[in-house]
Design a binder for this molecule. Structure first.
Ligand code: AMP
Length: 227
C-alpha cells in the first residue's frame, strides 16, 4: 500500500475506485456500501439502466458496451454532470466506480461544480495482475434485476440480494475482457499519474476480497472517513 499524508482541514467528499476490469471494484464497492455511509455512483450501472429503459443514449451505447469498448467522453460526461450534482449536495460520501476512465474525464470531473473535486476527491487504485483478472472474470455473474455481481466462488443459483436471475455479462467473454484490459492500460492507467502527486493511494487487489477490504478500511481511516 502506498502512503498518504492527510490534510486535516479537508473533508473528503468523493472517492474514485480505479482498477482494471476484474480488479475487484464491484466487490469492494459492495463492501463499502454495506459498511460505510456512501452513495454508489457507477457509470456502468447508469449506462446499463439507459439500455434497459431503451432511451436514446441506451440505444446509442448498447453495441459499444457489448464489445467492451469505452463510450465517448462527451456522452459519459453529460450523464455524470446530470447525475452527480444531486449527490454532491448531500452528506454522504460519493463512491465513483468506473468514472473517470480517461484523462479527459478526469479533467472534466475536476472542473465540475466550481472545481470542488480538486480538493475533496481521493483515489484508491487497486493493482491486480492481468492473469488474475482473466481467471476471475470468466466465471462472473450479474443479477438481471438489481445488478449485483457475484464471483465464480459464490456458486449461486439466484441473486442472494433480491432473488433475481443470474446471467453472464455480455462484456465478460474472454476476448472482450482482453480488449478491455488493453484499453484500460492505454486510456485509464495514465490517471494513476494524473492523481499521483496528492490524491492517490495504491492497494493490492491480488489478495482475497476480505484482505482488500481490510486495506481499504485503513486507507479510509487515513482519509478521515469512519464506518
Ligand atoms: P463497468 O460496469 O464500469 O465495467 O462499465 C461497463 C461498460 O460501460 C464499459 O465497458 C464501457 O463500455 C461503459 N462505461 C462505463 N463507464 C464508462 C466511462 N467512464 N467511460 C466510458 N465508458 C464507460
Amino acid at each position: 500500500m502506498t502512503s498518504y499524508s492527510r490534510d486535516e482541514d479537508v473533508v473528503v467528499k468523493a472517492v474514485v475506485l480505479l482498477g482494471a476490469p476484474g480488479a475487484g471494484k464491484g466487490t469492494l464497492a459492495q463492501y463499502l456500501l454495506d459498511n460505510y455511509k456512501v452513495i454508489h455512483f457507477s457509470t456502468g450501472n447508469l449506462l446499463r439502466n439507459e439500455i434497459k429503459r431503451e432511451t436514446d443514449v441506451g440505444l446509442l451505447v448498447k453495441s459499444l458496451i457489448g464489445s467492451g469498448a469505452l463510450v465517448g467522453d462527451d456522452i459519459i460526461n453529460e450523464i455524470v454532470a446530470s447525475n452527480l450534482s444531486e449527490s454532491l449536495s448531500g452528506d454522504e460520501l460519493i463512491l465513483l466506480d468506473g468514472y473517470p476512465r480517461t484523462l479527459a474525464q478526469a479533467k472534466y470531473l475536476d472542473e465540475i461544480s466550481g472545481g470542488i473535486m480538486k480538493s475533496v476527491l481521493r483515489v484508491i487504485e487497486i493493482d491486480v495482475d492481468p492473469d488474475v483478472v482473466v481467471a476471475r472474470i470468466a466465471g462472473r455473474k450479474v443479477c438481471s434485476s438489481c445488478g449485483a455481481t457475484f464471483g465464480v466462488l459464490d456458486r449461486l443459483d439466484c441473486c442472494v440480494r433480491c432473488g433475481g436471475e443470474l446471467i453472464s455479462r455480455v462484456d465478460d467473454e474472454e476476448s472482450i475482457v482482453r480488449n478491455r484490459l488493453k484499453e484500460y492500460a492505454e486510456l485509464t492507467l495514465p490517471l494513476s499519474d494524473y492523481y499521483a502527486s496528492d490524491r492517490l493511494v495504491k492497494v493490492s487487489g491480488n489478495d482475497a476480497p476480505v484482505d482488500v477490504a481490510c486495506s481499504v478500511d485503513a486507507v479510509f481511516r487515513g482519509f478521515g472517513i469512519s464506518k
